[in-house]
Unconditional design. Sequence first.
Length: 316
Amino acid sequence: MRKVLPLASLAVTGLLALSACQFVGHDDPADAARRLNTMESFPLHAYIPDPSSDGGKAVSRAQWILAKKCMVRLGFAGFTVLDTKAVESTYPVRQGTLMGRGTTGDDSPYGVDDPDRAAEHGYHNRNLKESDAQPQEWPADQYVALTGSFDSGDSHQANGHPIPEGGCLGRATRTIYGSPPKPTKVNGTKLTGFYSLALALWSESHKEARKDPAWKKADRAWSACMKEKGFRYPDPDEASFDTAWYRTDEPTGREKKTAAADARCKLDTDYIDTVHAVEARAQKTVIGKHEKDLDAMRAADDRAVENARTIVEKES
């Protein structure tokens, strides 16, 4: 999670959290830091499901099975022959608005951590995995019916039938999970959905962790290291989110040098090890305060997976 959360990211996992002590004595410092610089290494990650797991795939398949039937009921006859397997790992976008998935930015919690890779790719370092959901274009009328996302002038009916809240995919999700929890806000952004609590707590703990003296000391050590190399940034976020890097599709020479220095300074100052320990501790604190609600959320996800598997089995 960077700034608020490592956004851009739609793919999340539900593996058990890893702790720093697993790596002591088994990896060199650079490998240990990179193992910590992952979403999976945080305690709260255990409360966020993995869409690439068997359960996650079952939910996605069931959502499209139900959405297909809903679309047929709304009068989209072509959906009777829709192959749900072909779309279950996609998310809908409105035709004509599909934008390429750029690689500017970084999808790890603390940014670049490999000097050699950074020297080659700069901050254009996002890993696009085959398991990640891919965008799928749909004509405007079908997109609206699937998602319930309306532009100005869009009808709230499809072929004379009212479009359900959240569209056919929203209705499918409610069928699988039940009624969604109340929305919550993170830095002014409304989060909705069945994992909003875990995401909100992640944001809350991240902000608290950054106030910790140990984190601030780590920022100063990293900044001093960068200054020695000719770069002036107060912390890694300021370096990786420099607007200069977002002006080109390919990294510039200056970007590559900055990113390589950034990664090297993280390793030389033990930056990732230090801030990860602080943030993991902050997450354990919020988990302790909200454990009952988090456990209920995880139990609800287990029930949803079972519901999804039943739906898939009936369709097979």
